[in-house]
Write a protein that binds this ligand. Structure first.
Ligand code: DI6
Ligand code: FE
Length: 403
């Protein structure tokens, strides 16, 4: 059944599509929406007469962008790590905290102890902060269960987020995030006896959209990650990887060779890794919240990524340890100020390139046939979205239709 749609007008559209203008900007624009999709976008004066019967929604000259996309979060987790935050401020390093049995493992305990309802209500409180900033799609990882039952519970909660809020969720299975205490010193056994069986069970329950891993000295080796990626390939699932965050193990190269959607963090990425990602079309997901929280000094090679045409996305990495961040606007500001992204790169990083990092073709730009997922902002210039710190200029969020 075809329903009558809406025409948004009296607006400026930062389409992020190839219009030949910065931000894909169209002044004096109109956007026609029907059945949850964008039917038409262009100059208001060029609006075809066939949309004359649509409800007109004037937006007072405001800027409209695609709905924002947070393409890397661990937003479902139990408890918090304020105590470890304090420990680090008393001198302990992130690796020391992890090796002392804290870090990820303490969140694993809290997540195993939390029921599904508690995990969901805690996650929704954080998701609501993102939605309040115009986020219409987010990715959610497992990886704090590290046993079959709790990994599946995290993914069910991630799916339930989309059942409880008007937002699209893509899930990533991250069983290869850390070795749980009961497998201490037996990383290979954990991968073979828990992580891969959990992946198969979660896939059978239709809970998995992609497969992730943590390739790092304090986590898993490229050879161990490769086994998880083999299992993903057998299930027909796309892969992505936390790579080169604290050291260079060649994770980005491995991910690129496996045709990964994205390689994420990348502070220690080398020229080889950049070239491999460029060749494979793997998106670089830059996570300034973790860089900031860990007080990293080594920056991801943004200039090299740019020169090689590697698409760069930006995300919160919302997690209780290294990035307790629930503001994608602040991630954009940090991407610009800490990593010297341009404001246009930052906006592309949370729209069109973030969509690509999730393998989504129908959101991330304002163009015909794209989903009608938009953010309306009280700003004069798109750069304001990255420029301000702790200021949220969202006027309205559109998820399918203007409310
Ligand atoms: N990289 C990170 O920064 C987080 N996970 C990962 O793979 C840290 C997760 C945590 O400390 O809880
Ligand atoms: Fe992460």
């Amino acid at each position: 059944m075809t329903t009558t749609g809406q025409v948004l007008c009296d607006l400026r559209a930062a389409t992020l599509a190839a219009t030949g203008t910065p931000y894909g900007l169209i002044e004096d624009a109109a956007i026609a929406m029907q059945d949850g999709r964008i039917a038409w976008v262009g100059k208001r004066a060029d609006l075809p007469e066939s949309y004359g019967g649509f409800a007109q929604v004037p937006l007072g000259g405001r800027l409209v962008t695609p709905g924002l996309i947070d393409c890397h979060t661990h937003i479902v987790h139990g408890g918090n790590r304020a105590a470890e935050f304090e420990m680090r401020l008393n001198g302990a390093s992130y690796e020391e905290v992890a090796r002392a049995g804290g870090g990820i493992v303490s969140t694993v305990t809290a997540t195993r102890d939390a029921g599904e309802d508690r995990l969901l209500s805690d996650a929704l409180a954080r998701v609501d902060r993102l939605i309040g900033e115009g986020v219409t799609t987010l990715e959610i990882k497992s990886g704090y269960g590290l046993d079959v039952e709790t990994e599946l519970r995290m993914l069910r909660v991630a799916r339930a987020v989309a059942g409880n809020r008007p937002v699209r969720v893509r899930t990533s299975f991250l069983g290869a995030h850390a070795t749980p205490p009961e497998f201490k010193g037996r990383d290979d056994a954990y991968i073979d006896e828990v992580a891969i069986p959990a992946l198969r069970a979660a896939h059978a329950a239709e809970l998995v959209d992609a497969v992730d891993g943590f390739c790092e000295g304090i986590a898993f080796s490229p050879a161990q990650i490769a086994r998880v990626f083999d299992a993903a390939r057998d299930l027909g699932l796309p892969v992505k990887l936390h790579a080169e965050q604290l050291s260079n193990l060649g994770g980005a190269r491995l991910a690129a060779r496996r045709g990964a959607l994205s390689a994420d963090h990348l502070e220690y990425l080398d020229a080889d890794g950049v070239a491999a990602m460029a060749e494979a079309g793997t998106v670089a997901v830059i996570l300034p919240g973790a860089f900031y929280t860990l007080r990293e000094t080594r920056m991801p090679p943004v200039d090299a990524l740019r020169e090689h045409g590697v698409p760069m996305a930006l995300a919160t990495d919302c997690n209780p340890g290294s990035s307790p961040l629930t503001s994608l606007l602040l991630a954009m500001n940090m991407g610009c100020t800490l990593f010297r992204l341009t404001p246009e790169e930052a906006l592309r990083g949370v729209t069109v390139h973030a969509a690509r990092a999730l393998g989504l073709a129908e959101c991330g730009t304002i163009a015909p046939r794209q989903r009608a997922e938009l953010a309306v902002w009280d700003v004069d210039h798109a750069a304001e979205l990255s420029y301000r710190i702790g200021f949220n200029p969202l006027h309205a969020r559109i998820f399918g239709a203007m409310p």
